[in-house]
Design a protein around this ligand. Structure first.
Ligand code: MEV
Length: 315
């Protein structure tokens, strides 16, 4: 049995986070500069069924039975064995690493799941379809995040820009005119489970107000899709700013994220907003070729822990 490796990209949400949990559409794109990787190596000398897990980024080195039943890595391994119908589990070592910053809104948990599901099902000789990979990763997201919308596992599994709405067919977005984004990671970790739960508390307290805000965010995602399809991405900037204002109203921005957005705008960005769960994590700024370096430098000076530029364009 040969070693099997699989990787999965990070992601950012361009429009519609949080509202997507409540059935409104959102747009997400893969970010290939950061990736999670899973490598499964056979251990022919070890006893059948012995699975060793190494995840050095989180200081984990253990055999699978030492992990709690609902540990995401153990959960994935056991689900892949059961879904793939493999009758015997060959001894192996699974090594998981990731360059996607944790708890930063870039989809690190879904990317680890997708890479692991693909590597492990490949190792068992039963590679799973994209649909099953995404469904299994969604099961893990539910353990970790409570009530996820499914957008993270979808965009990361298919690794293409998507217009996503819960319960609807996934719409792949063709991006014919490049969208250039500066991504600035605040370095402040934030749990998506917590921000999603806080938004739910707000919604329970004043459903009418939140539904109205979610409707406005959904409209922004639809307008953004039309702009992307028509190939004039420069005009996405004002929609990003409007989306940021609405995210502030639902309480998921923070002083740091607001100040990064202001810094990006003051240094020439066409629009900027937080991306993902919010509170910490990253902001994204839409830039033209001329302003990319100014915006990136200004965000570094403003204290962003990591700043990088990504160019989104369909092949
Ligand atoms: C997280 O990337 C996006 C949220 O909308 C949560 C979700 O959709 O599951 C905040």
């Amino acid at each position: 049995m040969p070693a099997v490796t699989a990787t999965a990209p990070g992601k950012i949400i361009l429009f519609g986070e949080h509202a997507v949990v409540y059935g409104r559409p959102a747009i997400a794109v893969p970010v290939n500069q950061v990736r999670s990787r899973a490598v499964v190596n056979p251990e022919p000398a070890a006893e059948t069924g012995r699975v060793t897990i190494q995840a050095p980024d989180i200081g984990l080195s253990a055999t699978m039975d030492q992990l709690p039943q609902n540990h995401p890595i153990r959960f994935v391994v056991e689900r892949v064995v059961s879904v793939s119908g493999a009758s015997r589990l060959p001894a192996c070592t699974i090594r998981v690493t990731s360059s996607i910053p944790f708890s930063s809104g870039m989809g690190s948990s879904a990317a680890v799941s997708v890479a692991l599901i693909r590597a492990f099902s490949g190792f068992l000789g039963r590679p799973l379809s994209d649909e099953l990979v995404s469904d299994l990763a969604f099961e893990v997201e539910k353990i970790q995040h409570g009530t996820p919308s499914g957008i993270d596992n979808t965009v990361i599994t298919y690794a293409v820009p998507v217009f996503y709405q819960k319960g609807s067919q996934i719409e792949r977005l063709k991006i014919n005119s490049a969208i250039t984004l500066v991504i600035a990671d605040s370095g402040l970790t934030s749990s998506t489970a917590e921000t999603v739960a806080d938004v739910r508390r707000g919604w329970e307290g004043d459903a009418a107000r939140y539904e109205e805000l979610f409707d406005q965010i959904g409209d922004i995602s639809r307008k953004a899709r039309d702009i992307i399809i028509s190939g004039n991405p420069g005009s996405l900037g004002s929609l990003m700013n409007q989306n940021q204002t609405l995210l502030k109203k639902i309480g998921v921005s923070s002083e740091t994220l607001d100040s990064f957005v202001e810094t990006a705008m003051a240094s020439g960005a066409l629009g900027a907003k937080l991306s993902g769960g919010g509170r910490g994590g990253n902001i994204i700024a839409l830039v033209s070729e001329d302003s990319t370096t100014f915006v990136a430098d200004a965000l570094k000076k403003a204290g962003a822990e990591r700043v990088f530029t990504t160019r989104i364009l369909s092949n």
